[in-house]
Design a protein around this ligand. Sequence first.
Ligand code: SF4
Ligand code: FES
Length: 239
Amino acid sequence: MGRMITIKALKYNPNSKVSKAHFAKYELEETDGMTLFVALTKIREELDHDLSFDFVCRAGICGSCGMMVNGTPKLACRTLTKDYEDGVIQLMPMPAFKLIKDLSVNTGEWMDGMSKRVESWIHSNEEPDYSKLERPIEPDVADAVFEIDRCVECGICVAACGTKLMRPDFVGAVGLNRVARFEADPHDQRSDEDFYELVGDDNGVFGCMSLLACEDNCPKHLPLQSKIAYMRRKLVALR
Ligand code: SF4
Ligand code: FES
């Protein structure tokens, strides 16, 4: 028999006039290799059918299951309960995103706004010719673009960011990483001046206080701080 663990989950429905924020406490037996996703699913199936949280892939790929675990943002499907030695785990929804209910937040709406803000698409003056293959780029350049492009939009870097708490309109490490992705891609013909227009302010690349929590917590281990520093060095020359 596994040890008993305690999960305290914040429950609140912002769409209900009678809902009051409170922690619900659940006791359950830990199983081998139990992740928070498994624990929450067990709770929802056996103890509380009303508990809301998000997941899709259960493999750290879709980016839907971000939540605060004992105060640190993490993917629930990649977090093992055995790593919490005293067996007590407190779960809260990630800050900075609109709360849907309990542990479920609307990261999609925020990511959509960020994508529009940084114009997250290839800008080119060339007329696309769909009868031809895309213009090839050097393999090492392609590798560099794909490396930055591994972001799964989980929002953990945003939830971990002290700057974001101080500046609600801060585009976050995910947004600045996205700018770096297009800057690195030769298919995108935007100039440094164009990128400056997008993120050359305190809600963009000059707002980051280099607190490092984005990179420390990113589940895909993206080099967020070096990408932000690179963009800042490029754009500071235009100030
Ligand atoms: S940069 Fe990392 S932490 Fe931020 S949204 Fe992308 S994968 Fe998640
Ligand atoms: S469920 Fe997809 S990343 Fe956790």
